[in-house]
Ligand binder design. Structure first.
Ligand SMILES: Cc1cc2nc3c(=O)[nH]c(=O)nc-3n(C[C@H](O)[C@H](O)[C@H](O)COP(=O)(O)O)c2cc1C
Length: 171
């Protein structure tokens, strides 16, 4: 299956980026084709402004792939601003696609925030979500590395289920 992974954080030390990269490795090892988009490399314009060629490329790729994984950081108990811009600007052809969420937060109390992204994707584009999220907090990382055994286990489980269900939906 062809999967697009979108890492939506603009942070140079992004933890959700590390989650995206770990899941990318898992899915590649299962034989899937991955296209990785890193928001740090996408010049962004808000809606009602002319979008960049990188945003156009993301829009076109979203139309073509089988499914999508979104990496997000929690900002002010919601999704971050760059992800909102990319959703509004680039997800027009994501209708009906299977998707998954990988989330990095500062603390454990923001775990329900991923549901903001669920609401947007399901209500706006009738996308279908894998009912499992990888949610990690600051204590799961040391410098720029994932160090939590539990998070690694969840990454493996998420990837296995995304691979299995994603392929079944293609059949
Ligand atoms: C502006 C801002 C707001 C934040 N708000 C929250 C929050 O509401 N809840 C939380 O748990 N963490 C919050 N954080 C911490 C981030 O979620 C955390 O740093 C996470 O690693 C961000 O993802 P990233 O590293 O992929 O950018 C906030 C961070 C910033 C910069």
């Amino acid at each position: 299956m062809n999967t697009l992974i979108l890492s939506s954080s603009l942070s140079e030390n992004s933890r959700s980026y590390l989650l995206c990269k770990a899941v990318e490795q898992e899915l590649i090892s299962k034989g899937n084709k991955i296209t990785f988009f890193d928001a740090k490399e996408i010049p962004m314009q808000p809606f009602h402004r002319e979008i960049s060629k990188e945003m156009k490329a993301l829009t076109e790729k979203i139309a073509k792939v089988d499914n999508i994984i979104i990496g997000m950081g929690v900002h002010c108990y919601s999704i971050n601003d760059s992800l909102k811009i990319l959703l509004e600007g680039c997800f027009g052809k994501a209708t009906g696609k299977f998707f998954g969420i990988l989330c990095a937060a500062g603390g454990e109390r923001s775990y329900l925030v991923t549901q903001h992204l669920t609401q947007i994707c399901m209500n706006e584009w009738r996308m279908m979500q894998l009912p499992r999220i990888v949610y990690a907090t600051g204590k799961d990382f040391t410098e720029n590395t994932i160090t939590s055994k539990e998070v690694f286990e969840r990454i493996e489980l998420f990837s296995e289920e995304f691979h299995t269900i994603g392929n079944k939906l293609l059949a």
